[in-house]
Write a protein that binds this ligand. Structure first.
Ligand code: GDP
Ligand code: CA
Length: 336
């Protein structure tokens, strides 16, 4: 079976590891392949290097190299390079980059500099971690740089002109340095107007047997991927059922600041409202038992409630299994 999934970083990566585990333990599904379409809106240039946080989180998690506690970055990490950069006063200091992780960014930047596309570079990096051997193909959503910027209120220039001008900061600065505590006015995907889906992305959606939207941030992970020209139309037109997993439990993100992102786009922090963002292509939606069942806006949407907290690999494999089962059930349902 061909499974296609859209993903951000930590939430999506954990889910995908559970999905792979579920497929591996299910004899009828073990030869299934997963094509992962990763968000690159979080990408940033730091110290002359191209850093792709969400792609790397997926790669390290599925490759068994992730720092389990943090959910991102490398296990057994050291920070000698960062210490050296700090000693020189090189900026920024607020973004954590470990020594092992630096190796990834240096290799990526060198290959990009030699003219390889981000898709080609990502494939090279993933080969080291054995993703292809495990039937997982990681595709960046686009080969052209797209960077999410956040519009926030700036400092008042002077007491005489108290009107606060707005300014844009890179998503990482808002998320990591400001902890998303400064209210976001809006998100802008800089470069999206010139972006095209990376090779294989639209085909992976069109040719999938089932499509899954893991519990990733609906605004700055999934929302950004959905903005790539052609992606949303491909999802709408796909013959494969699309099943999503709610990233909110009891109306709150399990980790991160998805609520701050939702409020910036004027959407309530409820699993129903998140499903509403996907309503035009969603066929199935898994919600947590703690949330009010989603009703009303999409009569054809099949909603199932279960526990959705991914606290260990087995539980996560069960959640992924429920998403696959729901998709397979919907696949058998003839179109109305
Ligand atoms: P990021 O790029 O690292 O922020 O990661 P993602 O966008 O892939 O995922 C972030 C989302 O994952 C957040 O909105 C979290 O609420 C959600 N998430 C994290 N852990 C869990 C979990 O155990 N269960 C569910 N349902 N969602 C989770
Ligand atoms: Ca991210």
């Amino acid at each position: 079976m061909r499974i296609t999934a859209l993903t951000g970083g930590v939430g999506g990566a954990r889910f995908l590891r559970g999905l792979r585990a579920h497929l591996d333990r299910t004899p009828t599904l073990s030869d299934s392949t997963i094509t992962v379409i990763g968000n690159t809106g979080d990408d940033i240039n730091l110290f002359g290097l191209r850093v792709c946080p969400d792609l790397d989180t997926v790669m390290y998690t599925l490759g068994g190299a992730i720092d389990e506690e943090q959910g991102w970055g490398r296990a057994d990490e050291t920070h000698a390079v960062q210490g050296e950069l700090a000693a020189y006063g090189a900026q920024p200091q607020w973004f954590g980059l470990g020594d092992r992780d630096f190796g990834t960014h240096i290799a990526r930047s060198q290959w990009l500099g030699q003219g390889l596309s981000l898709s080609e570079v990502t494939a090279r990096l993933c080969a080291r971690w054995g993703l292809p051997d495990r039937g997982v193909r990681l595709l960046p959503m686009s080969d052209s740089p797209v960077e999410t910027h956040v519009i926030i209120d700036g400092e008042s220039p002077s007491p005489q002109s108290p009107q606060s001008p707005q300014r844009a900061v890179h998503f990482q600065e808002w998320w990591v340095r400001m902890h998303a505590a400064v209210p976001a006015q809006k998100f802008v995907a800089v470069g999206m107007d010139r972006a095209a889906a990376a090779p294989g992305v639209l085909d992976a959606i069109r040719e999938a047997d089932i499509i899954i939207v893991p519990p990733s941030n609906p605004v700055v992970s999934i929302g950004i991927i959905l903005g790539v020209p052609g992606v949303r139309d491909a999802l709408r037109g796909s013959a494969a059922p699309v099943v999503g997993v709610s990233p909110l439990i009891s109306g709150a993100p399990v980790r991160g600041h998805a609520d701050a992102c939702l409020s910036a786009i004027g959407v309530e922090s409820t699993t129903q409202a998140v499903a509403g963002l996907y309503a035009d292509f969603l066929d199935g939606w898994l919600i947590d038992n703690a949330d009010t069942p989603v009703v009303g806006f999409a009569p054809r949407l099949e909603v199932q409630a279960r526990l959705l907290w991914m606290h260990d690999l087995e539980t996560t494999a069960d959640i992924a299994g429920a998403a696959v089962d729901l998709a397979l059930k919907l696949r058998r349902t003839p179109p109305v």
